[in-house]
Ligand binder design. Structure first.
Ligand code: GDP
Length: 320
């Protein structure tokens, strides 16, 4: 049975990935920080949990050396752009530097075993930041505008460095991807749970930082499927994973209220500067031609279907 080490298993993507990998028959190992180790219910059954901390690259190397995986998938990191502004150094270490330890560990293991060890990095559209073109492609220059984007850019470059050193080191350049498992630190879930609170009479308003930002929002399980295709491709490469369709935060708000049967939403939403970013990428939209044509990946859910699924989930949570 092929074995895989996954970081970030307790996050949105990690949970979907664990379900896919165990379902597909992989021997799945997860590196989880001690102290925040989730209880059994929170980790997908069949996943072996190892203690390790992204701030301690020796602990990552120890897990890699003992499991001797065929594949390492790095989903871990400070994943919130907003949080990266309050904790820029932690972001650099966890989202950036830790990848150096994982790659060095993968390369050393490959040398020791004399067989390939594959590595897939969850890169991010935030690396493009003040993008020079729209939509962005795999060749668009990286111009991050947040500590998160800068840390992801460092890690992304390092993946390329190790690819040049004969490691199968690939990256999935993931655009925003959502689901009912998204935490409320992200605007989509904040909106859908806010709509549910308003419908339920729990809160009068939804406070947002900015309605004009435009993002390319996809369905998280589709993006996990893309990561697996990238991991199993013939050659290691970088792939944009995006729907190629952009919407504004305002569009998301309108669609979410509409999904709850509210057409006139303006009175329920207020701008609050506390939620505005010091600098924000105005538009992120990706060209998915390469992954569609090379790996046969297609997004399965439209923007409206994603909003609908998230609103239905949050309405059901509040009514139960
Ligand atoms: P990001 O694109 O990875 O930063 O994902 P987010 O879901 O956190 O943010 C998406 C966009 O929504 C960004 O342009 C944010 O500035 C914008 N946004 C507007 N209001 C809010 C808010 O209240 N919370 C968050 N998280 N984002 C907001």
């Amino acid at each position: 049975m092929a074995s895989v080490v996954v970081t970030g298993i307790t996050g949105q993507d990690g949970s979907y990935l664990a379900e896919r990998l165990t379902g597909d028959g992989w021997d799945v190992h997860a590196i989880v920080r001690e102290g925040t180790r989730p209880d059994e219910q929170e980790v997908t059954p069949g996943v072996t949990v190892h203690a390790g901390d992204l701030l301690d690259t020796d602990s990552l190397r120890a897990v890699i050396d003992s499991v001797e995986p065929d594949l390492i998938i790095n989903l871990a990191g400070i994943s919130s752009v907003a949080q990266s502004w309050t904790q820029p150094e932690l972001t650099a270490r966890v989202t950036g530097l830790a990848v150096s330890g994982l790659l060095a560990g993968a390369w050393a293991l490959q040398e020791r075993l004399g067989r390939p060890v594959r590595f897939v990095q969850a890169s991010s559209s935030e690396m493009f930041g003040a993008a020079t073109e729209r939509p962005q492609t795999e060749n668009t220059p990286l111009k991050p505008v947040s500590p998160y984007g800068a840390a992801k850019a460092y890690a992304h470059h390092l993946v390329g460095v190790y690819r040049g050193r004969d490691l199968f080191a690939a990256s999935a350049i993931l655009y925003n991807h959502e689901s009912p498992r998204r935490p409320e630190t992200f605007v989509t879930r904040k909106i859908t749970s806010g709509v549910a609170r308003i419908v339920n009479g729990d809160e009068p308003k939804l406070l947002l930082g900015n309605l004009d930002a435009r993002r390319d929002w996809g369905w998280a399980p589709d993006y996990v499927d893309a990561v697996l295709r990238i991991a199993q491709a013939d050659t290691a490469d970088d792939f944009i994973v995006a729907t190629a369709v952009e919407h504004s935060v305002r569009d998301f708000v309108a669609a979410a209220f509409a999904a709850a049967g509210i057409a006139d939403w303006e009175g329920f939403v207020e701008l609050d500067p506390r939620f505005a970013r010091p600098v924000d990428a105005p538009v992120m939209v990706g060209d998915n031609t390469k992954i569609r044509t090379t790996l046969g990946w297609v997004p399965t859910r439209s923007f409206d279907e994603i909003v609908q699924a998230m609103v239905e989930h949050d309405l059901a949570l509040r009514s139960s």
